[in-house]
Design a protein around this ligand. Sequence first.
Ligand code: NIG
Ligand code: FE
Length: 413
Amino acid sequence: MPATIITNIKSLVNIRTENQLLRGLQLAQLPCIENAYIVIENGIIAEYGKMDQLGWTDNTNDNLIDAEGQFVLPAWCDSHTHLIFAASREEEFIDKIKGVTYAEIAAKGGGILNSAKRIAATSEGDLLRSAQRRLQEVIQLGTGAIEIKSGYGLTVEGELKILRVIKKLKAISPIPVKATFLGAHTYPAEYKENHQGYIDSIINEMLPVIATEELADYIDVFCETGFFSPEETETICRAGMHYGLKPKIHANQLHLSGGTQVGVKLGAISVDHLETMDDDAIKALANSNTIGTLLPTAAFFLRMPFQPARALLDAGCAIALATDFNPGSSPSGNMNLVIAMSCIQMKMLPEEAINAATLNGAYAMEVQEELGSITVGKKANLIFTKTIPSLPYLAYAFGSNNIDKVMINGEFF
Ligand code: NIG
Ligand code: FE
């Protein structure tokens, strides 16, 4: 198999010989090589270095690519999405413009329940086709690994339908896909007055099938006032953990819900959202191995205060960035926009944002052995920028498409 040799790279970004989850100040260190080359064999990074160290190859079969003026980065690792949904929700978007609140929309059967109704009426085949289109779109935007949640089913059939679609997508996707069971996204109408009944259905009806069919890697709960309490979150997560599913929790989005603390207590891989944090929650996260995944496009879309990234980094937390791609709070899977918003609105440095969206994002879905940095042996899932003046320009020129090409498994996508 001939190698692919990419030469004259303006800067090869996030090169690492060892894997390490980055916390606090470490995120500001983004190792790069200027004027670099990289060699790819069988879709895997085989070698890289400075141009003047590139041994001459006269193997005419090799595929030579000149990347003059281009930055080459590891592809984004988007560790939090709800990519499987049946329909968009612009009516609610307009309602919100007119002043209706998120809670009011939820109370009249909108929001998550609206998406659940649409899922029930859509076939697995149609869900798979729309998910494939969205996956193609986000790969073109530079995403090289993705986590996808259920949570718009809210019945045994609906949740299993979504998870089976994710499993099919896993089998055909060119990029790694991780599946998360979010049956505890909200209470379906028939269980409005019987929360324990729905929790029992999650634990006794959904989880055993999910385990038998190997439909999920993680378990998630929307730990939030009016949704699932910290105690309910713990019960549901422990039931998932019994089947080997590690927790990744929706925490501290709208209120100080206790979700961060319960995630830390359970040893969750990540607690996600974190718009609403106090000192206690920040300290708990900083003193743990749990990753705080920030979803700035959700805060933006819901017109909420952005996540306190600086306070989290100053406290020494491990931070990842993700899109939360979903029809209700973040109808965008564009990681480039997430990076820009992190720098513009959360005052992250571009280096911090890039680390949070690559290596730490890989850790937040446990694909760090194969993705997240330029490391020999990792997959050649790479972003080639257009000719841009500097790396910070990626976050600065937020409305431009700064990506020239995306490479997946060593091939241009
Ligand atoms: O992650 N916060 C909970 N769930 C989704 C949005 C749900 C919806 O409105 O569809 C989120 O933001
Ligand atoms: Fe979410």
